[in-house]
Design a protein. Structure first.
Length: 216
């Protein structure tokens, strides 16, 4: 996998390597320790259980109901943080995941917690249902804060597992000269966000060559 990065007036090409097994082990640890866990129960129509990644469904149990010929399924649904999605992209060989991972930040939720606390105070004490819902929202945010603190440590581990080896570097002016020569427009401009694709030059060159006709 190759990653292209703009550094001043140059475009740097890096070869990205990592141990797949180590990334998968770290991914599992994040899912187990940093996910929101929702305990759910449904009847015999349980197709929705498997509508997501089966690895996120745990403690699945089947129970027969005395109410009739109905089976109930109880299970824990894990909702992992966004970092797991980026790791999935990395494991799938998506080069754009590198830029997303390097720019990943855990969201600060202190302001949200403060706001929900203020909203909770303003709710009439007799409005029990609304007050319970707001308390649940506050509990969710407080749990998020704890999880984010854990994610920071795992994120540092992820970065340490990815090896960046500089392969080559070209000046933007040199690339623009190639653009002009091959009649390619705005290749650098379109990719300044670092979302370069592997072998992009080769793909474009082939496309341009296929559109040319030889004259004698």
């Amino acid at each position: 996998m190759f990653y292209f990065k703009q550094d001043g007036e140059n475009i740097e090409k890096y070869c990205i390597t990592f141990n797949k097994e180590e990334i998968e082990q770290l991914r599992t640890a994040i899912i187990n320790n940093c996910s929101f866990i929702e305990h759910l129960k449904c009847n015999h129509d349980f197709s929705s259980i498997f509508a997501t990644d089966i690895s996120l469904i745990k403690n699945l149990k089947k129970e027969y109901s005395a109410e009739g010929d109905i089976y109930w399924y109880t299970y824990d649904k894990y909702e992992p943080p966004y970092l797991v999605e980026l790791m999935n992209e990395l494991l799938d060989g998506d080069a754009t995941s590198i830029d997303k991972i390097l720019n990943f930040t855990t969201e600060s939720i202190d302001d949200k917690i403060k706001l929900v606390n203020q909203e909770l105070i303003l709710i009439d004490s007799e409005n029990i249902i609304v007050k319970k819902e707001k308390l649940k929202e506050l509990e969710h945010l407080l749990e998020s804060k704890k999880l984010n603190q854990s994610i920071d440590g795992y994120y540092k581990q992820l970065i340490a597992l990815i090896q960046f080896d500089l392969v080559d570097s070209l000046s933007i002016s040199e690339i623009e000269r190639v653009e002009s020569f091959l009649e390619i427009n705005n290749l650098v401009k379109d990719k300044v966000s670092n979302n370069y694709q592997e072998h992009e030059f080769v793909k474009i060159l082939k496309k341009n060559n296929s559109n040319r006709t030889e004259s004698y």
